[in-house]
Design a protein around this ligand. Structure first.
Ligand code: HEC
Ligand SMILES: [Cu+2]
Length: 313
């Protein structure tokens, strides 16, 4: 059947896509079979029982029990099989596996925005690792959109003020198209996105670089954002006042005294160490309560925070 698949169906991006196609092809084949059977018999009977002359009278036949049972029971069996087959696939499509990677999707006129669990955001392009289940949790900022990924045979409405879900599990690397399948206004046809399926390593690398903002924003500015968003601000002030931790004002380049050790100069390496391994050197007069940010910050984000602290004169 593979030749048939390649003619009538788009590429299959997941095992689920194959499952949908199997059912689809089964329905087409069954329909084609019955079309030929019924249309063939019809044509044959039109010819076979044609009117042969003015005296040709059709015999009166009221019914044929055997034939009627046959044409009721056989379709009933076929349709019941198709129903449970379809229902089964539907259940697979509705329920995402528990360990899926969750990505938030926002549809708005006229683009797709994706947000990863760590806060990384992208527009119109979502990267996913091959072989992993990915769950999209979707909502709209304005009108109704519809998330449609034909290669994965999945489609789901994206509504304002409500979450809808959809999941897929790509089986090989590649790039697939994402459409909006609900007419949403003038720019509807621009709501084209890309689902990029990466190998596990490529996906990690891509995530490590961060989103557009993390990759391109000037370091000190990015640092200022992270100072707020990563919660540094709750323990470190910028104006010299004391919070849970020392203020960042004018620390750079100064000497700082350390509990149980010689004073150290606050340079880039010290700042980096303080962020990634806060327990290494505890500032005198403070407790070692700062959580480590190891694994929670990208390389460029660490540089940005260092740059930001440096700039607090
Ligand atoms: C729960 C409170 C808390 C949070 C949140 C926190 N810190 Fe700290 N931080 C401290 C404390 C307390 C100290 C002093 C004790 C020590 O050295 O571990 C400190 C020390 C530091 C130092 C050394 C400062 C100096 O004067 O020598 C740096 C640099 C630093 N933190 C950066 C950060 C950054 C960047 C963030 C956010 C990504 C952050 N901290 C988040 C509590 C916190
Ligand atoms: Cu739309």
């Amino acid at each position: 059947m593979n030749w048939l698949r390649s003619i009538i169906l788009p590429a299959e991006g997941s095992a689920y896509a194959r499952q949908v196609d199997d059912l689809y092809i089964a329905i087409i084949v069954i329909c084609a079979f019955f079309f030929v059977l019924i249309a063939g018999l019809l044509s044959y009977f039109v010819w076979r029982y044609r009117r042969r002359g003015p005296d040709d009278v059709t015999p009166h036949i009221s019914h044929n029990l055997k034939l009627e049972l046959l044409w009721s029971i056989v379709p009933l069996i076929i349709l019941t099989v198709l129903f449970f087959w379809g229902f089964n696939s539907y259940m697979v499509a509705r329920v995402a596996p528990g360990e899926a990677l969750e990505i938030q999707v926002t549809g708005k006129k006229w683009l797709w925005q994706f947000e990863y669990p760590d806060g990384m955001r992208t527009l119109n392009e979502v990267h996913v690792p091959v072989g992993k289940a990915v769950k999209f949790i979707m909502s709209s900022e304005d009108v109704i959109h519809s998330f449609y990924a034909p290669s994965f045979r999945v489609k789901m409405d994206v509504l304002p003020n409500r979450y809808t879900e959809l999941w897929l599990q790509p089986r090989e690397e590649g790039v697939h198209t994402l459409f909006c399948a609900e007419y949403c206004g003038r720019g509807h046809s621009d709501m084209l996105g890309k689902i990029v399926v990466d190998s596990e390593e490529k996906f990690q690398e891509w995530q490590a670089l961060g989103d557009e903002q993390t990759r391109t924003m000037p370091l000190a500015e990015l640092g200022a954002l992270l100072y707020e968003s990563k919660g540094c601000s709750s323990c470190h002030s910028l104006d010299g006042s004391r919070r849970e931790g020392p203020s960042f004002r004018g620390v750079f380049g100064e000497m700082t005294s350390i509990t149980g050790g010689p004073p150290v100069k606050v340079d880039e390496n010290y700042l980096r160490e303080s962020i990634l391994d806060p327990q290494a050197k505890i500032v005198a007069g403070f407790e070692g309560i700062m959580p480590t940010f190891q694994g929670l910050l990208r390389e460029r984000e660490i540089n940005a925070l260092v740059e930001f602290i440096k700039s607090r004169k």
